[in-house]
Write a protein that binds this ligand. Structure first.
Ligand SMILES: *[C@@H]1O[C@H](CO)[C@@H](O)[C@H](O)[C@H]1NC(C)=O
Ligand SMILES: *[C@@H]1O[C@H](CO)[C@@H](O)[C@H](O)[C@H]1NC(C)=O
Ligand SMILES: *[C@@H]1O[C@H](CO)[C@@H](O)[C@H](O)[C@H]1NC(C)=O
Length: 488
């Protein structure tokens, strides 16, 4: 153990001194933030009128979904410790705080037109006012994975009646908080919500409806996003003057080798993973390559119609252009090559891309999917610039998963090196990046990894009933980057 640790420290040291970090400054209007999500930090899962989300429900029913059988019942207890969180955010010096609202605190039944829960409304009023009092801009994620279980009983995102319920919920938030909240993210990571939740068993509701569920979920989700955006535009934008966006997650997909087929695989992967959501929002409709492949493969598989649902012309127009900036959550890079070696029907067979990694990449010890590949961020930002005509991009998440410990040197080098590539994308490639959000402020409930994977700039002691918070080394490093507006 000790020997490994010292080898690890030496190798981190070598990486730090051997990497040339950019000496550019962050542009004057570039903003810095830090992010969390309700289920991962709040706890108080059944307090003050809140009902079960799909996470509460499923993890109570089957704790074994999670590696350490953890859940969000208490988490960081931010429902009670929000003032301390605000102080940590303020001391960090960030411009904004990105957090999510728990649907089940606002509408315990989930349904449009149902009774509003005042205690839930008050909690977020206190949080928003507390942030503003310290000069921190609140940025709200309307939906960060915690669907009311009551709506899941009717199929959740698979049922098109979800659209009215979601739009009513979003509209209610605009009404309640839009006088003070000017930045809204309709959805966090549709891929994870739909593919991981409805086609696989990686996230709640664990439906495992391979090749079908994910596409239907995504279809209803995109219509919900578009309608919420148009509702804001029509009813609130003029008075409130805010911005509405959607955030999708994206790997950077690097061709595994030099061949044309590897290059085609990497481009296809970008379209299947990121374009699935951003193509409808920016260019209109699903990426042509997705429509073509899924239509054809569905037919070969004997489906009556394509497993990829069709938008009407009206829906295509309604969703096209439904963004004031685009959000991207980016953590890591993968290598892409062509493969048909997948079960059918599935998103993976439809995409036909084998996703691998380079064994030389520095790997997170606690989140095996996460490798440190800083140049991938720069390539991703350039791809977005080319593909979507250089829209304003906010990096809504980026971060590193460690174990416990305050000397988080790998997070520090990850942060420095990713921000260094970001600076090159801005200054050398003229990518229109408006800000950066680090995931996460606090160690928190990391879904199926429970409390084993730590993403916090601040360590949380989950064995202590007080959930003691202690800033890590990376907290100070990020603080200094923000105040000096460069990497130090
Ligand atoms: C869809 O939801 C509605 C209620 O909103 C319900 O009446 C209907 O049965 C649901 N459909 C399915 C297939 O579950
Ligand atoms: C998901 O479905 C596949 C294939 O239908 C099955 O082999 C697998 O056991 C299922 N997984 C879970 C966790 O139910
Ligand atoms: C992906 O590539 C790896 C390494 O070449 C190979 O071991 C694996 O079987 C491939 N998987 C698929 C689904 O093609």
């Amino acid at each position: 153990m000790k020997f490994c640790e010292s080898v690890f420290i030496i190798s981190v040291f070598i990486q730090l001194v051997s990497t040339e970090l950019s000496s550019y400054n962050f542009p004057e209007n570039f903003v810095f933030g830090v992010a969390t999500a309700a289920y991962q930090i709040e706890g108080a899962f059944n307090e003050d009128g809140k009902t079960d989300s799909i996470w509460d429900y499923n993890l109570h029913k089957k704790p074994d979904w999670v590696i350490d059988q953890g859940n969000g019942d208490v988490a960081c207890d931010s429902y009670h410790k929000w003032e301390e969180d605000i102080q940590l955010i303020a001391n960090l010096g960030v411009d904004f705080y990105r957090f999510s609202i728990a649907w089940t605190r606002i509408f315990p039944s989930g349904y449009a037109g149902s009774k509003i829960n005042d205690a839930g409304v008050i909690y977020y009023n206190k949080l928003i006012d507390g942030l503003l009092a310290k000069g921190i801009t609140p940025m709200v994620t309307i939906y960060h994975w915690d669907l009311p279980q009551n709506l899941q009983r009717n199929g959740g995102w698979m049922n098109e009646t979800i659209v009215d319920n979601y739009v009513f919920y979003a509209r209610t938030l605009f009404e309640l908080y839009g006088d003070r909240v000017k930045h809204w993210i309709t959805f966090n990571e549709p891929f994870q919500i739909c593919e991981s939740g409805y086609s696989e068993t990686d996230l709640a509701p664990f439906l495992n409806d391979s090749g079908v569920g994910g596409y239907i979920c995504a279809h209803n989700l995109l219509i919900s996003h578009g309608r919420a955006y148009r509702e804001y535009e029509r009813t609130f934008k003029q008075n409130q003057g805010g911005k509405v966006a959607i955030t999708a997650h994206s790997f950077w997909f690097e061709p595994q080798g030099e061949s044309d087929s590897d290059r085609a695989a990497a481009e296809r992967a970008m379209q299947f993973w990121y374009g699935w959501f951003m193509h409808p929002v920016i260019k209109g409709n699903y990426p042509p390559i997705m429509i073509e492949r899924i239509d054809e493969i569905s037919q070969k598989e004997g489906f009556q119609k394509s497993r990829l649902p069709k938008f009407t012309e009206g829906q295509i127009e309604m969703i096209r252009g439904s963004f004031d900036f685009i959000g991207v959550n980016h953590y890591t890079t993968a290598l892409a090559s062509i493969s048909n070696n997948f079960n059918e029907p599935s998103f993976y067979f439809d995409g036909g891309v084998n996703r691998t990694e380079d064994s030389n990449w520095v790997k997170s010890s606690t989140s095996t999917w996460l490798n440190k590949v800083p140049w991938g961020l720069r390539k991703l930002l350039n791809w977005i610039k080319q593909e979507y005509n250089n829209p304003p991009v906010l990096i809504t998440e980026n971060g590193w998963s460690s174990s416990t410990g305050l000397e988080d040197s790998r997070r520090v080098s990850y942060l420095n090196e990713y921000l260094s590539e970001l600076l090159k994308a801005i200054h050398e490639d003229e990518c229109n990046v408006i800000g950066y959000t680090h995931w996460s402020l606090l160690d928190n409930f990391e879904w199926l990894k429970g409390y084993t994977a730590r993403f916090g700039l601040v360590e949380v002691d989950f064995n202590n009933p007080d959930r003691t918070r202690t800033p890590r080394k990376s907290y100070g490093v990020y603080q200094k980057i923000i105040s000096s507006r460069k990497i130090n």
